[in-house]
Design a protein around this ligand. Structure first.
Ligand code: NI
Ligand code: MN
Length: 228
């Protein structure tokens, strides 16, 4: 049983869950900090949290090349069907489904979700992923702070990926509050230092979180991995 998480930079992850390749918000082309390129990644599944370019990113081209199934909200799944993607799976917030690699539940995210062509992208989401081993990870994706994170924490989270960039998402202060609510064993900060507007000191944030909560903070460099 394995659950390996590789941060590709910004909010993009490559997950290896018991041998299943799962990409999350694969924004690689046009991403100044991406650790890889869309032609080099492998995928059985692609999770897309919302319609913004820095999240849906290269999902279409990667799905076309790999034949991966894209999991997203109902509106984005439909839109992807219109782009010629054959394998999509639409869900919605609060709803979970047993996929081949584990149970995926869509969570609240306070954000926007317009698609690159201006189409309506439904409500943005985050993801709670429970592997068959029972290990549960929470990917907040783009969101502000919200108190329901406490309930996610009560389910027992071994890893949380939280945005700290501020401006478009939680900044360091609210992300610290999120860490308190989630009580995850480990936290990976994301969505910072991609562009000047979201510059943050992740090491300083890590020290605060570790001083004030029981969570360990794993500050990865793009391309860096963490085994849950
Ligand atoms: Ni966004
Ligand atoms: Mn974003």
């Amino acid at each position: 049983m394995s659950f390996n998480v590789t941060w590709l930079g910004h909010a993009s992850f490559a997950l290896d869950i018991d041998g299943h390749k799962v990409l999350l918000d694969p924004f690689l082309s046009g991403n100044p900090v991406a650790s890889t390129t869309p032609d080099k990644v492998d995928a059985d599944f692609i999770l897309v949290s919302h319609g913004h370019d820095d999240h849906i990113g290269d999902a279409v081209s990667i799905a076309r090349r790999t034949g991966a199934t894209i999991i997203s909200n109902f509106e984005i799944a439909n839109w992807l069907g219109g782009q010629g993607i054959e394998k999509t799976h639409g869900q919605h917030i609060g709803g979970g489904y047993h996929h081949a690699f584990g149970y995926v539940k869509l969570t609240i995210a306070h954000h926007g979700s317009a698609l690159p062509d201006g189409s309506y992208g439904g409500n943005p989401c985050g993801f709670l992923i429970t592997a068959k081993s029972g290990k549960r990870a929470y990917f907040a994706c783009d969101t502000g702070l919200f108190y329901e994170m406490k309930f996610y924490g009560e389910e027992g989270i071994v890893l949380a990926a939280l945005p700290i960039g501020d401006n478009y998402t939680m900044g360091p202060d609210d992300a610290l509050k999120a860490a308190r609510l989630l009580e995850a064993k480990a936290i990976i900060p994301i969505h910072y230092n991609t562009f000047p507007l979201i510059e943050q000191d992740a090491d300083a944030w890590a020290k605060r979180v570790e001083a004030e909560t029981g969570s360990k903070v794993v500050v990865l460099k793009p391309g860096g991995s963490y085994e849950i």
